[in-house]
Design a binder for this molecule. Structure first.
Ligand SMILES: [Zn+2]
Length: 322
């Protein structure tokens, strides 16, 4: 993806001054908590009904995917990964969106993989992430643990969460997109090949109108998790996600930076779909691990996948109730 990211300085200052205020009022808060003990236990019970992802399992998927090696379009490892994803969706309603992409490096077979979990409500929530890794012209020795591996892994874990359950809410569609990465240099025509193909297809068949929210996950497992507020997105949906993070107590990992970032959501966003791109583009000092051979499993943490996974699960519940 391409980004214009800047530190959201005023946000940080506000957060810090708020923290000082809370500390000075700690004693009062403790007393208030004692007085409202019953209310607190009710909240705890409600929390237990909220689903949490199995982050160890999600992390393990990312590890296995990364162990395949580079997974750029046209490579054997890419084919192996397609099989790996589909094998983990046995018994699910899976749709293949295969097509030929005309790229600056020639024609390549590409394939979006879609798993559908029907719900009781009319409408669709789409969770989407790319499984390809950067094309070797730009990088050698790149295995994409965070960039490619983490998105593939967390989507496989979402499938576990929705499988075999009667959904009271919108249908959930999980999409593993292909060809997110540019073949040479990021541009409107050399990037997000799979997402562009799918957005066009869904526009023609009327699917786009049914989408209540589309959330992209990209580079979500950095141990030092810092999800940017991607201003190329629906403000109300970003606010809802932040609210969900607050409910889980994870808000310090969200939106301390903001900027306009181009990613898989753009072809859908440009067609009026409410989108949010969940991305951490602060990967290592000055983002040095991004698209580098340093993007390896040792930089990642299951805890970060837990934070993102739980926040998205919570966001889905909030969307269902809207
Ligand atoms: Zn990338």
């Amino acid at each position: 993806m391409k980004n214009v990211l800047r530190k959201y300085v005023s946000g940080r200052v506000i957060a810090m001054s708020h923290f000082c205020f809370v500390q000075s009022k700690l004693f009062v808060v403790l007393l208030a908590s004692l007085a409202t003990g019953i209310a607190c236990s009710a909240v705890t019970q409600e929390k237990e009904s909220i689903s949490h992802i199995d982050s160890k399992r999600a992390f393990e998927y990312a590890r296995e995917v990364t162990a395949l090696g580079p997974r750029y379009v046209g490579s054997d490892n890419h084919k192996k990964l397609e099989r790996y994803i589909v094998d983990h969706l046995k018994g699910d309603q899976v749709e293949d969106d295969a097509f030929t992409a005309n790229t600056v490096e020639g024609k390549f077979p590409m394939r979006n993989i879609i798993a559908k979990f029907p719900g009781s409500k009319d409408g669709i929530i789409v969770l989407l992430g790319h499984y390809d890794t950067v094309y070797p012209l730009r990088n050698s020795g790149f295995v994409g643990a965070n960039d490619g591996g983490s998105s593939t892994g967390i989507l496989l874990e979402y499938a576990n969460q929705f499988r075999g359950k009667k959904r009271q809410g919108y249908s959930i569609w999980l999409v593993w997109t292909d060809g997110e990465e540019a073949m040479r240099h990021w541009s409107d025509t050399d990037s997000v090949y799979g997402a562009r193909h799918l957005a066009e297809k869904w526009e023609k068949d009327g699917t786009l109108k049914k989408i209540k929210a589309l959330m992209v996950m990209d580079m979500i497992a950095d141990a030092d998790l810092d999800i940017a507020r991607n201003t190329k997105g629906a403000a109300w949906l970003l606010d809802l996600i932040y609210n969900a993070a607050q409910r889980e107590g994870y808000q310090s990992h969200f939106f301390t930076q903001q900027g306009a970032i181009e990613d898989d959501h753009v072809p859908f966003f440009d067609r009026g779909v409410p989108c949010a791109d969940i991305i951490d583009l602060d990967y290592g000092y000055n983002n040095v691990f991004w698209h580098s051979p340093q993007d390896t499993m040792d930089k990642l943490s299951p805890k970060s996948m837990q934070i993102v996974g739980d926040t998205i699960m919570e966001s889905i519940q909030m969307l269902d109730q809207r």
